[in-house]
Design a binder for this molecule. Structure first.
Ligand code: ZN
Length: 288
């Protein structure tokens, strides 16, 4: 099944909710970057969040960037998403390999380390705007919960999960973001807290075959859940040879001339999708 996001409201518009099945997207990212299991989990969680936050954007050209920068061996994670929930991303070190944590799970927190999260929104204003918060647990979901509360003043529950199979392929991936709108009353808040506390992990729900709709039903089924729409989402990179050429031109004539004199092909890789672009000395001459 293809990845999709379900967008919903509940409790008479006091809650807005998103849930996503992001397995294919995370698998595609894993294949593009050849990530180890812990790197797949870290990148996959941020991609999963990015897909839902992309679906929150309103303008056709709006772009969201999520950056996690930490002291851990993964170095950093970058994800961008557009309003159509096209998502792409990479980690600085896809080879990071760590033992499982004390709960027997992939140790994303250790891979990321202490650091910050940047959420940057480019919605066509002169300057992109955004918020920066420090990482709370470095497990990504809690860090986003903290971001929403502190930078957007929106109390939220965020769950993100990636289950890696024995052959390192992605077995399950998905998540949800539940947000309380400013008019939410105490009763709704309490009810939601109880449901979330007693809930199984997102990966175990997905592994039982639960869909994003089912997951929202579990969370909000007795709070007048109202499913609004289903939005397709995917790993997609919009890089082109033309864009890479522009980047190459921006290094300056002098450097390009040196490359030509070296007489060797130049290989450039897209950070986001690992696509290779090769420029022969002949190609470089045309650029000048
Ligand atoms: Zn690309």
């Amino acid at each position: 099944m293809k990845d999709y996001i379900v967008r919903a409201t509940a409790a008479n518009n006091q809650i807005r909710a998103f849930a996503v099945d992001s397995k294919e997207m995370v698998e595609k990212a894993r294949q593009a970057h050849n990530t180890t299991p812990v790197a797949s989990a870290a990148l996959g969680r941020l991609l999963t969040a990015g897909s839902m936050m992309g679906a929150m954007l309103k303008g056709e050209k709006d772009i969201l960037t999520l950056q996690v920068k930490g002291s851990g061996p993964i170095g950093g994670i970058t994800v961008t998403a557009d309003e159509k929930a096209n998502v792409k991303g990479y980690v600085n070190n896809p080879d990071v390999d760590l033992p499982l944590n004390s709960e027997g799970k992939l140790d994303v927190a250790e891979a990321v380390g202490l650091g910050i999260m940047n959420v940057i929104k480019d919605i066509g204003l002169k300057e992109p705007y955004g918020g920066q918060t420090h990482l709370v647990t470095s497990e990504i979901a809690e860090d986003l919960t903290y971001y929403f509360a502190n930078s957007e003043q929106t109390p939220s529950a965020v769950a993100l999960g990636v289950l890696v199979d024995k052959d390192y392929s992605i077995k399950q991936a998905g998540g949800f973001i539940i947000q309380l709108l400013p008019n939410a009353d105490e009763e709704v808040v309490d009810k939601l807290e109880k449901v979330i506390q007693s809930m199984e992990s997102i990966t175990s729900l997905l592994d039982q075959g639960k869909t994003p709709e089912d997951i929202l039903e579990i969370l909000l089924g007795d709070m007048e859940l109202n499913i609004l729409e289903k939005v397709p989402t995917k790993f997609y990179c919009n890089c082109t040879r033309e864009k890479v050429e522009k980047a190459l031109i921006s290094v300056g004539k002098k450097d390009i001339k040196e490359m030509i004199e070296d007489g060797e092909d130049i290989e450039l890789n897209c950070h986001f999708c690992s696509s290779k672009y090769i420029f022969t000395p002949e190609d470089l001459k045309k650029l000048i």
